[in-house]
Design a protein around this ligand. Structure first.
Ligand SMILES: Nc1nc2c(c(=O)[nH]1)N[C@H]1C(S)=C(S)[C@@H](COP(=O)(O)O)O[C@H]1N2
Ligand SMILES: [Mo]
Length: 423
């Protein structure tokens, strides 16, 4: 994402919005979205595609499973292994086995580790048994800390990881959990992540739980998205959500040992709030109103508004203004919650999901940890070259890229787009 369907739906949604404002007609648009300024080498997003003809009915929200962008690592990437090999290594629902063990180097005292040798490893049937009582669903945008643009918006379903931790009867010396997935049995390919045990056992600030995820948007989690089972950490960037999960290690280690940390990433950084453009006109006539639109990722600090600014390139920018505080910001319109949700195979599954009421309506809008759409109609300008920018203001009044402006804790850079207004 942004993907074909997402962009087509976004254009349809904003067309309706502008129509509501009395602005008919469709302008030629150029699609812009900030690709990563810093892409990690292993992350190879699929190329961006041109939009389909706009005509979609539901509002763009959940990303159809097939449209998620994939940044899977591995040689070969595990989800491309032949079916037979997948069965052999436990990458199918009926062959999946999860070991939940104590860390030999920093042991946690467990009454009953779940291991293959003892024949006590946890399997999919046991997971489904727990699901009957404990299954949860929550919306979350999957975002790579190192990419500017989200990978996809999902409704993730799973069982809280703590339910499985409790099965091991932990007694003491348990301070952290680390976990990894199938990596071709090659230690060099292991991609590991970790969490403090407190985050697994309890959900702070009304966050959904950390889950063993087995469904996405109402469908079984496929191998490309990390199936049969992956971890999903609601408030975290993608690297905490380990795919093809095989091992959960309970440890007395008290600090992070994430593979991502070895690559200079801030591994304790929750999702940031930021705005990006999706549609900016390619040809603007002088004094013609300028319509722009895009999406915002709503991080842990929420979203109160999106703003846009246009500055003439003929004027020098004010000095000492790295975060564009002196730009002439104006408020954009945040688009309301969809009435019909795209991307789900059954919209009924929204009922009772985290953040939704019994009728499947969101309790608050926009929702944290998801995407929101915005649009702005700006007054026309004389011919010339301009720079368009967009930014978010979070629920605490903090303007993007603050309060956490550093790239290695997640993308929040303010996007700049060239606008050319013709005679
Ligand atoms: N086993 C495993 N899990 C992994 C990774 C990996 O390389 N191996 N990459 C992580 C990273 S960096 C990201 S951004 C997300 C991407 O999730 P997605 O492929 O479902 O979009 O998966 C995470 N989980
Ligand atoms: Mo990532």
């Amino acid at each position: 994402m942004p993907q074909t369907t997402f962009i087509a739906e976004h254009l349809e949604l904003t067309r309706r919005h502008f129509l509501g404002l009395g602005m008919a007609g469709t302008l030629a648009t150029t699609l812009i979205n900030q690709q990563a300024d810093a892409q990690e080498t292993a992350d190879k997003p699929k190329p961006r595609t041109k939009p389909d003809k706009a005509g979609a009915k539901p509002d763009p929200y959940f990303t159809p499973v097939a449209d998620f962008r994939d940044v899977s690592r591995g040689k070969p990437v595990p989800h491309l292994l032949p079916e037979e090999k997948k069965r052999e290594v436990g990458m199918t629902r009926d062959t999946w086995k999860l070991e939940v063990i104590s860390d030999p180097d920093h042991p946690a005292r467990l009454g009953k580790p779940l291991t293959k040798v003892d024949g006590t490893a946890f399997d999919f049937e046991a997971l489904m048994k727990l699901a009957e009582k404990h299954a949860v669903r929550f919306p979350k945008v999957m975002t790579c800390l190192n990419l500017g643009c989200p990978l996809g918006m999902g409704l993730w379903e799973g069982v809280p990881l703590r339910e499985v931790v409790w099965l091991t009867q932990p007694r003491e010396n348990l301070r952290r959990v680390f976990y990894y997935g199938y990596h071709n049995d090659d230690p060099k390919q292991m991609f590991r992540s970790s969490l403090p045990i407190g985050r697994v056992l309890e959900d702070p600030y009304d966050l959904p739980p950390v889950i063993l995820c087995y469904k996405l948007n109402g469908e079984w989690l496929d191998a490309e998205r990390g199936g049969p089972v992956r971890i999903v950490v609601p408030e975290a960037y993608g690297f905490k959500s380990i795919k093809w999960l095989t091992h959960v290690v309970l440890t007395n280690l008290f600090y992070a040992n994430d593979t991502y940390g070895e690559q200079n990433n801030d591994v304790d950084s929750p999702l940031k709030t930021f705005a990006a453009t999706l549609a900016v006109p390619s040809a603007i006539n002088s004094n013609e109103p300028i319509r722009v639109s895009g999406y915002a990722q709503v991080g842990i600090s929420g979203l109160s508004k999106v703003q846009v600014s246009i500055e003439s390139n003929a004027m020098p920018r004010p000095e000492n203004d790295p975060h564009y505080l002196k730009a002439p910001w104006v408020d954009a319109d945040l688009l309301p919650a969809p009435t019909q949700w795209s991307g789900l195979n059954d919209a009924k599954i929204l009922a009772g999901a985290h953040g939704f009421d019994a009728n499947g309506r969101p309790k608050h809008w926009p929702m944290r940890l998801t995407n929101a759409h915005w649009a702005a109609a700006l007054p026309g300008l004389p011919a010339g070259e301009y720079t368009l920018r967009c930014r978010t203001i979070d629920e605490k009044g903090q303007a993007q890229p603050m309060p956490r402006p550093f790239q290695k804790s997640g993308h929040a850079k303010i996007e700049s787009v060239l606008l050319t207004v013709k005679e």
